[in-house]
Write a protein that binds this ligand. Structure first.
Ligand SMILES: Cc1cc2nc3c(=O)[nH]c(=O)nc-3n(C[C@H](O)[C@H](O)[C@H](O)COP(=O)(O)OP(=O)(O)OC[C@H]3O[C@@H](n4cnc5c(N)ncnc54)[C@H](O)[C@@H]3O)c2cc1C
Ligand code: FES
Ligand code: FES
Length: 471
């Protein structure tokens, strides 16, 4: 996997590490893309630079009409940010549709941009919002690139090996501007976009004064539908102008056939989603269905305090112990520096309640709490937990009594083979800690990162409802 794992405490320290070892080093943020690439052998990186202990990198700010996102801002943070829901709704809508709560808790917007998948859900709205990235290097200082110059192709960006993405910025939507994001996937959650579309419009006297449309999953990079944009300027949103813009957007797409959809289907769906987005903006209905309190499973831990109290380590050599608290007990583990947290828990601590289903962040069987937040332990590098608190299924029950969710799973018969159950219970208990009386929809949302292939979900949902009443 990797040999060295570094925790710089400042941005200059991180940039120095990149400058000194650039070809052998990569930044790791949430690890939801990078750990998969390393596990699959797609990438070989001897040194990982974990920037998650640099204070202030997860800031979200509005400065003179410009929104600035730090490189550690996660999808979950965007979803619960009143500022971003208000002034950057297309981005918030996109983040809400990324993966599952566990993926959104770890995955960052910056990582999504650098991964540069043509189906990356946050690239599309940021492009439509007119975003740019600030890249920092120790030798050359900072440079700002608009997305047109930053995104070069499938999984290719203009980021140089010694550079780090230090900020993302874009103009906040003004009072006369609105936007939205629509995604078509093969299922409701944990789905790669077959097509995604982001539209930002400005209105003046009932006519369109600004139109910005970006299309995802239909070309090697996200693309702008410029002919469609121009067709709207100076016109009202009528059935005719919307249909015409839909046709022009479909004509801009250059999709391929793949397992998720044919090129023809994708082109047709670009037209459908474009018209749907325009109609929503005309009717002012783009926020329908937006949750009043999005489920995050983020827990109640204060990340700033976690960072402050984390011990200083700049170089976690392969023989250095990983010291952390698991289920309330301090532990020190040697020789697990190049493993995932899942493997450390199972192989080194014998905590086999946490299961490996897919090892790809898809099934949720490996869900644990990291500093109070539900995460998929198969995607967390073990050294990341140095100085942190981890809770596994073994630590959920109290003295002599099961956790109410465990008890309710038994009473409702919500277990068949039981393989998914520890992960389900960790997510469910996390939900009840976050909202003691969740609605059925909120329960379903909390379980979108946990797959069960035998019990099914009805009994599981009933068990969580029962636990909510009991606790
Ligand atoms: C099960 C699953 C479901 C998913 N669902 C979706 C989905 O629905 N939609 C979607 O768009 N994505 C999805 N993803 C992809 C993923 O979660 C995102 O791309 C995520 O935002 C990446 O952020 P990260 O912090 O985890 O990046 P990491 O994995 O830490 O890093 C990704 C890349 O970016 C680099 N990097 C990260 N931060 C910086 C920085 N500041 N400067 C320089 N380089 C940096 C790393 O070196 C690495 O090359 C899914 C992933 C999984 C595993
Ligand atoms: S999500 Fe981690 S094992 Fe499936
Ligand atoms: S109980 Fe068997 S996978 Fe869920």
């Amino acid at each position: 996997m990797w040999q060295n794992y570094c925790f710089p405490k400042t941005l200059p320290e991180a940039l120095t590490l990149l400058a000194e070892h650039s070809e052998d080093t990569r930044i790791i943020a949430g690890g939801t893309d990078l750990i998969l690439e390393l596990e699959r052998g797609v990438r070989h990186v001897p040194t990982l630079v974990d920037v998650t202990r640099i204070p202030g990198l997860d800031d979200i700010a509005l400065d003179n009409g410009t929104v600035r996102l730090g490189p550690l801002v996660t999808h979950s943070q965007v979803v619960v940010s009143d500022l971003l829901v208000d002034r950057a709704f297309p981005l918030a809508r996109a983040c809400w549709q990324v993966g599952s709560p566990q993926i959104r808790n770890r995955g960052t917007i910056a990582g999504n941009l650098i991964n540069a998948s043509p189906a990356g859900d946050t690239i599309t709205p940021l492009w439509a919002l007119g975003a740019s990235v600030i890249l920092g290097s120790r030798q050359r200082g900072e440079r700002e690139l608009p997305f047109e110059e930053f995104c070069l192709g499938v999984r290719r960006t203009a980021l140089q090996p010694d550079e780090m993405l230090v900020s993302i910025q874009f103009p906040a939507l003004k009072a006369n501007e609105r936007g939205t994001f629509l995604k078509l996937g093969l299922r409701q959650a944990q789905a790669i976009a077959v097509v995604n579309v982001a539209v930002v419009l400005g209105f003046e006297d009932g006519r369109i004064s600004r139109a910005s449309m970006a299309l995802g999953s239909v070309a090697p990079t996200i693309i702008r539908a410029t002919d469609a944009e121009e067709s709207l300027i100076g016109r009202p949103l009528t059935e005719y102008t919307m249909a015409r813009a839909g046709e022009l957007a479909a004509a801009a797409a250059r999709p391929i056939d793949d397992i998720r959809g044919s090129a023809d289907y994708r082109r047709a769906m670009v037209r459908v989603l474009t018209v749907r987005a325009l109609r929503q903006l005309r009717e002012g209905s783009e926020r329908h269905g937006w949750p009043a309190r999005p489920v995050t499973l983020k827990g109640i831990s204060d990340q700033a305090s976690v960072i402050r109290h984390a011990p200083r380590i700049t170089f976690h050599a392969s023989n250095a112990p990983i010291e952390f608290t698991v289920n309330g007990q301090p532990v020190s583990v040697c020789g697990a520096n190049d493993k995932t947290l899942l493997r450390l828990l199972r192989e080194d601590l014998g905590l086999t309640g946490t299961k490996e289903g897919c090892a790809e962040g898809e099934c949720g069987a490996c869900t644990v709490w990291l500093d109070g937040m539900a995460v998929q332990s198969c995607l967390v590098p073990a050294p990341r937990v140095h100085g942190c608190q981890v809770v596994t299924i073994e630590g959920l029950a109290g003295e002599g009594s099961l956790h109410p969710v465990q008890q309710a799973f038994i009473e409702e018969g919500a277990v068949q083979c039981g393989y998914c159950t520890p992960g389900m219970i960790m997510s469910a208990a996390g939900l009840l800690a976050e909202m003691p009386r969740p609605s059925r929809e909120e329960i379903r949302q909390a379980l979108t990162g946990n797959l069960c292939r035998c019990t099914g979900y009805c009994k599981v949902v009933r068990a969580i409802e029962r636990a909510a009443v009991a606790s």
